[in-house]
Ligand binder design. Sequence first.
Ligand SMILES: C[C@](O)(C(=O)O)[C@H](CC(=O)O)C(=O)O
Length: 539
Amino acid sequence: MPEQWKDLVEEQKSFEDEVIRIDEWWKTPRQAGIKRPWTASTIASLRNTVPVPCLANASALKLWALLHEHRSRGTTELTFGATDPIAVSQMAKYMRTVYVSGGLSGFSENNYPGMDHADYPWDTVPKVVEKIFKSQQWHDQRQRQVRMQHRIEQRARMENWDYLMPIIADGDMGFGSLTATLKSTKALVESGAAGIHIDDLALGLKKFTIGQGRTIVPTSEYEDRVKAVRMQLDIMGAETLLFARCDLDHADFITSVIDPRDHEYILGATRNVKPLQEVIDEAITSGESPTAARDEWLVSAGTMTFDEAVEEEILGFKQQPKSIINIQSNDDLLNNYKSRVGYGTSLSQRRAIAKELLGVNIFFDWEIPRSHNGQYLYRSTVKAIIERATVVAPLGDVSWARMDLPDYNDIKAYHETMLSRFPSRLFAFSWGGEWKFPSSAGWTAERLKTVSQDMAKDYGVVWQIQPMYMIQGVNMEIEKSAEMWVNEGMGGYYEKIQLPATQRKPWKVDGYEKMSWCGGYLSDAFFAAIAGEEILQKK
Ligand SMILES: C[C@](O)(C(=O)O)[C@H](CC(=O)O)C(=O)O
């Protein structure tokens, strides 16, 4: 065999071995539940010749085991968003995971802070994850060094925190095209993320500042994003969990009507009026309120979904159209229409069915209500969230319906239906800040005390977070400390911080005087080891 053939045969063999390794990996309990639309050879061909070890894997497998343990016990992991490694080192005493919120990172971790419009640089969250991941390693190292200076029986009485808490990171909407999603996934995994969430919001259109404005992408685009994340994980051999988040709740817009699976929820005008944007522009030119003009327009245009327009048409019939001979009532007609349309029936198919049944063309135009940025008007429903979550569930590990001002009935409907389709599903949920919790929507103070545990037990919601609003608690403590220091100086510090912190039981609160937490003992150990001393001297 010529020399160069030997290399080629080796190359082929190493490729085929890699394919086998990937196939075997996909059979492991952690990976077996995922349904991929690609083969192991595709992934092998996208991998490096020499695979780069995946640092996040130990943590990801730990997260996987933890969430499954919660699932089987009917309990939940409660955590909150943090960007500061110091805060995370304290959280380790009570919680077993940590969340890195994009909103919080965009607010505090870059030079151009702002509201959570996901407009911060795409590598902001990976950098925060990396900072926390590395700090966790350091805390683990310095704690171990101190512990190892003590005999086993002494160690039983010493602090022994698990600082290596799996980090779940906000992947937002992937930060760009599919290749940007691949890159941001790669960066998050390389930074140490044990879990990543990805959502279906439109790029550049995330808004929290005004009442209206949440915009989602078509189902197909969301599906592609989730695929991109999964594919990048596969390429890296990463065990990192994929949290498929759906942000459709309270969405007002969708960017495109390309996917028939979304057509049922798109709103159109049922009267032949001027386009909305023209009316808004005229209002602005003449100094009138564009919001009022918009609201009036929505009513005057008879804005509704196509199915609602069909229903209105049928209910408006005084008598049966002649073409329908075997249908007795308007209700039968409506039921007939409904039985013939369903998930994925396109608008043109719906039009044709309506025409066939009613004998008339229904006026419905979803172009004229389009917004300034070209978005289509959208009606969000729990059913639509479930449909999207169902599409992406086989690619993800955890399902998450982001809800704001939630109605408990919506939470129940979403999880019950998802469980009927995916009985062993893991779910995530995020709570909000300063929510009003109306009792009309099923919320009472008593309900709130048990709701997290109930959602874990009843629906398998194993990971529940306060994404960014715990910052209010942090602010409260800092504000109180600032007030104290300015008014009471050293006396206040001694009485209100130093004494209670050092007297706290069973452990002192961490501070610089505690040589372990600030790494003093670890530094001393380095100096001693370099000087040639035996540092493992059991006290
Ligand atoms: C989770 C989230 O993405 C975040 O950045 O923390 C935000 C939080 C929030 O606004 O409630 C989100 O849900 O979009």
